[in-house]
Design a protein around this ligand. Structure first.
Ligand code: NAP
Ligand code: ZN
Length: 347
């Protein structure tokens, strides 16, 4: 077994604290990654605090993992020792159902194995990336392009793919008016990606202090969502809206921003759903959908897209010891725009 140091939540809602555990010995198709950096996603907070249901504890969160390959199993083909590699939200799936065969492992009909707060097929609990190493089957490891800053590439493994996938699925193209609701980890990636796809991007934010940043990140317009005059000026004008907000809020207001036949997609997953007004959909034949991360092949495509366009996350690096403070700041929308843990702090 391979010893790993980590930060874990001992129980729901308890602060994270140092934790030691063991990774499995490498199987034939496993890759061992020495983790250099791991991004901090709002999903980590939701799960550590049991906001999505009862979690498995102790919990080592973290699904925006990047580092260096230090060993490979005898049948591994895509990775060599020394390569840069990443792991996102999934570490296994059946690879046999219709969804898996289409490269949509996130919708595996038998359920995918999550990077943490989940169980491997043999029943052992999974532990995530707030740790010094990970052992993952090669099908679920991604190649990190060398021209990207490694620490700033970590958030691409969740925030990047979660916003890239719906932009692609709903065919966002040049000239379309795209709204991004919430300028946090996911939101700021959506702005960069939609801008690179040629869209006309508008950010809806509750934080007037983020206006300049939003423009720097690639937004053409910024709308303070609490200001009804500003909101009214944009009603009925959007082709596509991606909602990344982590807390309950009024979806109907954003639906009314869509033009006829426009699409709004939820990626933010608050613990309680708001009321949906049928009229907000009926008037204008609007559509409301949802999207979950992205498949492995599409995640690699997104990484290569980011390498081509020079896109990474804006990050604030923290030592693992500051994780509880980072959670508090994230809940207050005080992140610019993703915390990333420097794993050297666990050495
Ligand atoms: P984050 O960095 O905390 O960003 C969320 C942003 O939402 C905040 O920065 C804030 O932006 C806005 N916001 C927060 N509270 C709000 C409120 N009460 N009303 C209106 N706006 C509010 O979180 P994240 O890591 O980007 O994650 C966002 C959500 O996506 C979480 O629920 C997470 O679990 C979910 N998620 C889903 C998937 C998926 O596959 N679907 C994958 C990853 C994460 P402003 O300051 O600009 O208003
Ligand atoms: Zn995430």
């Amino acid at each position: 077994m391979i010893k790993a140091k980590a930060f874990a939540a001992p129980s729901a809602k308890a602060p994270l604290a140092p934790f030691s555990f063991e990774r499995r010995e490498l199987r034939d198709n496993d890759v061992h990654i020495e983790i250099h950096y791991c991004g901090v996603c709002h999903s980590d907070v939701h799960q550590v605090r049991d906001e999505w249901g009862k979690g498995m504890f102790p919990m080592v969160p973290g699904h925006e993992i990047v580092g260096k390959v230090t060993a490979v199993g005898s049948k591994v083909k895509k990775f060599n020792v020394g390569d840069l590699a990443g792991v996102g939200c999934m570490v296994d799936s059946c690879l046999d159902c219709a969804s898996c065969k289409e490269g949509l492992e996130q919708f595996c009909e038998r359920g995918f194995v999550g990077t943490y707060n989940s169980k491997e097929k043999d029943g052992t609990p999974t532990f995530g990336g707030y740790s010094t190493s990970i052992v993952t089957r090669e099908e679920f490891c991604l190649s990190i392009p060398k021209n990207l800053d490694l620490a700033a590439a970590a958030p691409l493994l969740c925030a990047g793919i979660t916003t890239y996938s719906p932009l692609r699925h709903w065919n966002v193209t040049k000239g379309q008016k795209v709204g991004v609701v919430g300028l946090g980890g996911l939101g700021h990636m959506a702005v960069k990606l939609a801008n690179a796809m040629g869209a006309n991007v508008a950010v809806f934010t509750t934080s007037p202090s983020k206006v300049d940043d939003a423009k720097r990140l690639g937004a053409h317009e910024v709308i303070i969502s609490k200001d009804m005059e500003q909101m009214k000026a944009h009603m009925g004008s959007f082709d596509f809206i991606i909602d990344t907000v982590s807390a309950p809020h009024d979806y109907n207001l954003y639906l009314s921003m869509l033009r006829r036949d426009g699409n709004m997609v939820l990626v933010g997953l608050p613990d309680t759903p708001p009321t949906l007004a049928a009229g907000a959909l009926i008037m204008g034949r609007r559509k409301l959908g949802g999207s979950l991360i992205g498949g492995i092949q599409e995640t690699q495509e997104m990484l290569d897209f980011c390498a081509k366009h020079g896109i990474v996350s804006d990050i604030e690096m923290i030592p693992a010891q500051k994780i509880n403070e980072a959670y508090e700041r994230m809940i207050k929308s005080d992140v610019k725009y993703r915390f990333v843990i420097d794993m050297k702090s666990l050495a």
